[in-house]
Design a protein around this ligand. Sequence first.
Ligand code: AQP
Length: 339
Amino acid sequence: MSSPAQAGRKKRVFSGMQPSGEAHLGNYLGALRPWVQLQREYDCVFCIVDDHAITAGGNPADMPKNVVDLAVSFLAVGLDPEQAIIFVQSDVPEHTELAWLFNAVTPVGDLERMTQYKDKAQHFESIPAGILNYPILQAADILLYKGEAVPVGEDQRQHLELTRDIARKFNAAYGETFPETEALIDKGVGRILGLDGEAKMSKSLGNTVGILAEPDEVWGRVRTAVTDPQRVRRDDPGRPEVCNVFTLHGHFTDAETRADIEVKCRAGEIGCVDCKRILSDNIAEAFGPIRERAAHYRAHPEEVRRTLQEGAERARAIARETMSEVREKMGLDWRSAIV
Ligand code: AQP
């Protein structure tokens, strides 16, 4: 296999997002915004991973709308079908086929060691196999496109390590086929906490601010945010260092205003409601252009449909090639035995 540089082409990057609810500012800062940059430098494949989302056990009736809403968010933030392949996972059945074949080289013990599996498993009396096998499908997502790099936050490093192991084991058993995918470590924002100030901002936890929310909805959400629990009255001195609202200001408010808020908060001269109001206004303003573009795509659903259909065709062309190589290497081509 020649390296991308030798072959004079860009490295391929795969990344996905679950359509498990409305995209929020954690998804934006941690994934969508960096993806917009990545698509300029890499050969990017961006996927709406609905096959993954079924493991969360949501209402199937919500899924089609969630998929389309996420596609609107992808396009509204600036993911560009001219630069990247944008598609829905279930439109390319080779993802689940490859995941099944990877079962042949993946030790159960490796899956059981995954921190995310241990965390998620606690919420079930009877653990669905999909929760355990989730990282195999992630490996298939990446390796189906022979992804050479993936952007990962700290929480996904372990899964990427497993993807690399699966690639190594497959190559050892059946011959050199897959790259050992590298991590593009996110040095940016890290993990954005939710409005509860405790857990990661997560679609499924409802502690989010949606990137397409109208300004009054943004305010409706931000005003519920937990601040410094020791601050009871408006003129109590606050501790910005323990306040998630202050942390969020770091992503949306200019340095001078932040410095002013910090001084006034410590002196008890600005109340939490006023501080949240500034944050809410700044979030609503920052996402203004994205909301406008989303309104365009909502008014032109045929553009969204075309993007996803064409994306799926391009993705399938690559997927088919990989799968015919994989099937042949794994002996899944009985026709070769008939002359
Ligand atoms: N709070 C966050 N801070 C920084 N980055 C985040 N991401 C998600 N939440 C935060 C990044 O968004 C990408 C896509 O995530 P996903 O939807 O596939 O899965 P997730 O990480 O599980 O996202 P959620 O919102 O927490 O969804 P649910 O509740 O359905 O599990 C990833 O790159 C992730 O790092």
